[in-house]
Write a protein that binds this ligand. Structure first.
Ligand SMILES: Cc1ncc(COP(=O)(O)O)c(C=O)c1O
Length: 460
């Protein structure tokens, strides 16, 4: 590190600090970077608006400092990744130690020794007595591997996914992702044998919500997808994340699992967002009664390093043939030693710091405080979630019409007040919160105050 960069570091309080907005974000340094970025990055990637984004320079715990010296309270956990907090010392130390020895290996040829230790430790956290895993680098890739496994095991190419689902943007995963914005331009490239069943919406369908969805699930499992393709894989998020922290009614996931199994289809739990403690257990499936055949992990798995995994019980995963020299699914960075070190660090920290129990406590407290402050505000339909994956759904007037774009306004207003949140939901109408687990009392109070202020401002 250059002396300049060392000097630029914040004091030790960064991580547990309250927001400090010195210049209205985005400040001049962020604006200059936006201008430069415009000149070099594909224009589709980073949204560059008048009020968005800020460029990050440093982060620790629940704080992010931008290039203008503004300190933010991060209630996004950077897409849910920083469950343990940004730059957790346990993860940093593990990566630093590994980087001094080996930062790249030959994942599926001459593998880094650490890949073995990591897979062994990960297996201890999985629900099967003997499990097998394929490591990868992104959540989308973990989903691709699960979809390939579904095909290998069942021989039935059809996929049942759910309305509102987000499984990633690579072509295979995109075929099971339900968002017109992402699918539209590539529709003709997408695998067509996918059917979408409604994800239960108790807010609008009340007690009928689960049945409405399961009737459709049963029909698709029996009849196949629209073009008659028989369904071999059911892919579901235990809690729909990017759709706005949508939680299905109790009993739904267990019934879904039974139906799929009776029909001979594999249940893939896409736990890229919900897994690794985010929802208060290592797997959210455990909390919602889903009985998965395969599990996809990502995001928090690498504590900030790119690491994902598709895991399943040995008898299913062993339908992949033994490698005779060429793996049928692999990638250059598979089992990357620094990512495996980070992943090991995450698992150790979670054990030492009782992370899942703390997620349940903090999640319960946040929901209560948010409900106490926001329920009853005009335009707030519901505060919901599981563990630390929470959503505030915003609607128009007194009805249940999604307030399109309102969560985007809330996120912009909150940014100006020093708090990072993201919009979610098909219509940008849900404020999504996936904060780190180590918020202080003052940070919780400040986060709730700011959200109330931003939501009141956006609805007026
Ligand atoms: C449930 C779920 N699956 C898959 C993905 C894709 O992960 P990635 O962006 O790492 O490819 C995401 C990302 O948000 C996700 O929320």
């Amino acid at each position: 590190m250059t002396p300049d960069r060392a000097a630029a570091r914040s004091p030790d309080t960064l991580g547990r600090a309250l927001p400090s907005v010195r210049v209205a974000p985005p400040g001049p340094a962020s604006r200059r970077l936006a201008q430069r970025l415009r000149g070099v990055e594909s224009r589709n990637v980073t949204y560059l608006g008048d009020r968005w984004p800020v460029f990050w320079e440093e982060a620790r715990g629940a704080n992010v400092r931008d290039v203008d010296g503004n300190v933010f309270l991060d209630l996004t956990g950077a897409f849910g990744v920083a469950l343990l907090g940004h730059r957790h010392p346990g993860v940093v130390a593990a990566v630093a130690e590994q980087s001094d020895l080996l930062i790249h290996g030959m994942g599926d040829v001459h593998p880094p020794a650490l890949k073995v230790s990591y897979l062994e430790r990960l297996a201890e956290r999985l629900p099967w007595t003997e499990s097998r895993t394929v490591l990868a680098n992104s959540g989308s890739e973990a989903v691709e591997i699960a979809l390939k496994t579904g095909q290998l095991v069942t021989g039935r190419p059809g996929i049942l996914a759910f309305e509102g689902s987000y499984h990633g943007l690579t072509l295979g995963a995109l075929a099971a992702t339900d968002r017109e914005l992402f699918r539209g331009p590539f529709r003709e490239r997408l695998y067509p044998g996918v059917a979408f069943a409604p994800f239960p919406d108790p807010l609008r369908d009340g007690a009928e919500a689960a049945d409405r969805s399961l009737v459709e699930v049963e029909r698709i499992l029996a009849e196949g997808t629209e073009d008659g393709t028989p369904v071999g894989t059911v892919v579901v998020e235990p809690v729909q994340g990017r759709a706005g922290a949508r939680v299905a009614p109790s009993g739904f996931m267990a019934r879904l699992s039974r139906m799929a199994k009776e029909a001979g289809a594999l249940v893939v739990a896409d736990e890229v967002f919900t897994g690794v403690g985010r929802c208060g257990e290592f797997l959210a499936s455990t909390r919602v009664g889903l009985d998965p055949d395969l599990v996809c992990l990502g995001k928090a798995l690498g504590g900030g390093f790119p690491l994902s995994a598709c895991c399943g019980p040995a008898p299913l995963m062993d339908r992949w043939p033994e490698s005779r020299g060429e793996a049928q699914h692999t990638s250059t960075f598979l089992g990357h030693p620094a990512s495996c070190a980070a992943g090991l660090g995450v698992l150790e920290v979670m054990e030492m710091e009782s992370t899942t129990a703390r997620v349940r406590i903090l999640g319960g407290r946040l929901v209560r405080e948010l409900r106490g402050r926001l329920a009853g505000l005009p335009g707030v339909a519901e505060v919901r979630g599981l563990g630390l994956l929470l959503g505030v759904e915003l609607v128009e007037g007194d009805g249940m019409e999604p307030a399109a774009g309102r969560a985007v306004q809330v996120a912009q207003a909150a940014l100006e007040l020093g708090v990072l949140v993201l919009p979610a939901g098909r219509h940008g109408h849900v404020v999504e919160l996936s904060p780190p687990v180590d918020l202080t009392d003052q940070q919780i109070e400040c986060g709730v105050d700011t959200l109330e202020q931003a939501i009141r401002g956006a609805s007026s």
